[in-house]
Every structure is written in C-alpha cells, then in structure tokens.
Design a protein around this ligand. Structure first.
Ligand code: HEC
Length: 97
C-alpha cells in the first residue's frame, strides 16, 4: 500500500468480541480491508471492506453481497490521516515488540 505499512503478505484484519448486558462475552465479526486497484471505489479510497461473522458467513463485502451495509466502514476509516490511507493501525515505530 501507499502509506507506511506493508501488507504484502496479508491484508489488514481486525478480530472483535461482544459483551452482552449480563457480561457474557462472545466472538464478534472479523473485519477485513483489501486494497484494490485504483478506480475500484474512490469514495472509500479504493479499499474493499468485508465483514465475516463468527460462523464463517460473509455479512457483507464492498461490491459484493450486502455491499450497501458496508458503507458505514468509511465513516471512521476515511477519517484517518491522509498519509495513513484509511488504515488505523499505529505506525510501526510505535509498536512494542
Ligand atoms: C466506529 C468507527 C469504525 C467503523 C464504523 C469501522 N471501523 Fe474499522 N477500525 C476502527 C478503528 C478505531 C480501528 C483501529 C482499532 C485498533 O487498532 O485496535 C479499526 C481497525 C480496522 C481494521 C484493521 C486495520 C486498521 O485500519 O487499523 C480493519 C481491517 C477494519 N477496521 C475494518 C473495518 C470494516 C470492514 C468496517 C465496516 C464493516 C469497519 N472497519 C468499520 C474504527 C472503525
């Protein structure tokens, strides 16, 4: 990708969990971002957003199944600093090994 992170081996992914009001925890969806070719969708900086449910089903994917439901991803990710290209991970120099 263009910014300071390299995803040559795998696209960025984010796991998640949920906590119910009675404090029970459960596995949440897996969130994926794939950098597509320039022109794929300039409103989302040419990223494809995908949400995979804990049972393995694809809830939605930009340009695919339930694409409209993936529009909310941009509300946060497009707000990342321009040099971060919609990716929210901290710069590598901030990582603790
Ligand atoms: C409410 C704001 C918000 C929304 C909406 C949102 N994200 Fe994120 N996303 C974040 C933040 C903040 C992080 C960084 C979290 C961290 O590093 O712990 C993140 C991280 C990620 C990452 C890891 C790479 C990165 O940018 O750090 C992926 C992949 C991701 N989100 C995909 C998605 C997808 C797919 C959607 C829509 C289905 C989505 N996100 C919607 C705020 C959001």
């Amino acid at each position: 990708m263009k910014a300071f992170l390299s995803f040559a081996e795998s696209p960025p992914a984010k796991d998640s969990f949920t906590v119910s009001p009675d404090r029970k925890m459960a596995v949440g969806p897996l969130f994926l971002m794939q950098e597509m070719l320039v022109g794929f969708n300039k409103d989302i900086l040419d990223w494809k957003y995908t949400m995979i449910m804990p049972d393995g089903t694809v809830f939605g994917a930009t340009g695919g199944r339930n694409s409209a439901a993936m529009k909310f991803c941009r509300e946060c990710h497009n707000g990342a600093a321009p040099e971060q290209d919609a990716v929210m991970l901290l710069p590598e120099e901030s990582h603790v090994n």
